[in-house]
Design a protein around this ligand. Structure first.
Ligand code: URA
Length: 269
């Protein structure tokens, strides 16, 4: 029989060990750790193994926030296709979140769809799969839009969705994105929208409202049509909020009907 595991020299029965592990996972500690803290932000950057790995390119200093945004703008503007933009954004090293995430999450659905949904940032499941909105909130999102006949896998652009997030990297422990992180990814998001060419944007929660409207307070903003990135934009409550607050689904339904009506009015013959 196997001996019970130990924690710092103290024997743990399997049930206690499992409970401790679950508790840590709930706090966002989803990687095994060392006994002594390791500053992962201080590690050398990820580079391919081999001779080319010897000298990683130095990053600009941390306080060069505005320079970094300018750099992001130049890089994003140079991309002329969605594939090129995805490649350039994934390779953009100046965002610290990149170091702690497993996978880059660019977009899902059909580019060219009339409706583009913008969320906040990947969560745990999205980070694992490298696709936005594939966890519980994403499943609710699919059901919500399905109720008005829109789906990310629809072949017809009129019935399709294109989905992305303000941040393509998961923030540690699903914490709220910081203003500097939003500002740094904004040039990529702006270019993403230009290249995907939607007719209408749906801003899911506060973070895309900050990015697109420079405003927050989603419970006031929701359901009121506005303009973001030069397009009609509808702020809606985030499906993760709706999972926690089912009573708010009624308002979300009314927002979906408003979107459906707008799509119908703009319907091409
Ligand atoms: N929440 C978001 O805002 N985006 C995702 O991709 C998943 C959860």
């Amino acid at each position: 029989m196997m001996a019970d595991p130990t924690y710092r020299g103290i024997a743990l029965d399997a049930e206690t060990a499992l409970a401790l592990l679950q508790w840590q996972a709930e706090l966002g500690a989803d990687e095994p750790c060392l006994d002594d803290p390791l500053d992962r932000y201080d590690l050398p950057d990820r580079v391919p193994a081999g001779p080319a790995a010897a000298k990683p390119a130095p990053l600009p200093p941390r306080d060069a926030g505005r320079d970094l945004v300018a750099m992001a703008e130049t890089i994003a503007a140079a991309a002329t296709t969605l594939a090129a933009l995805a490649e350039a954004q994934e390779a953009f090293e100046a965002i610290e979140l990149r170091k702690g995430a497993r996978n880059f999450c660019f977009a899902d659905g059909r580019p060219g769809a009339r409706v583009m949904v913008i969320g906040e940032a990947p969560g745990e499941e999205e980070d694992l799969q490298g696709r936005p909105f594939v966890g519980r909130a994403g499943q609710l999102l699919d059901r919500m839009f399905g109720a008005i006949g829109l789906a990310r896998d629809a072949v017809d652009a009129d019935k399709a969705l294109y989905i992305t997030n303000v941040l393509p990297w998961r923030p540690p422990g699903n914490r709220r994105p910081e203003a500097a992180e939003i500002a740094l990814m904004l040039p990529f998001l702006r270019r993403h929208i230009e290249l995907a060419q939607p007719e209408i944007l749906v801003l899911m929660g506060n973070t895309p409202c900050i990015a697109g409207l420079n405003r927050q307070g989603i419970l006031k903003l929701r359901g009121v049509w506005d303009t973001a990135f030069g397009l009609p934009a509808l702020p809606m409550t985030h499906p993760a909020y709706l999972l926690r607050t089912p009573i708010a689904k009624r308002e979300a339904w009314s927002d979906l009907l408003s979107l459906a009506a707008r799509l119908e009015v703009g319907e091409k013959p």
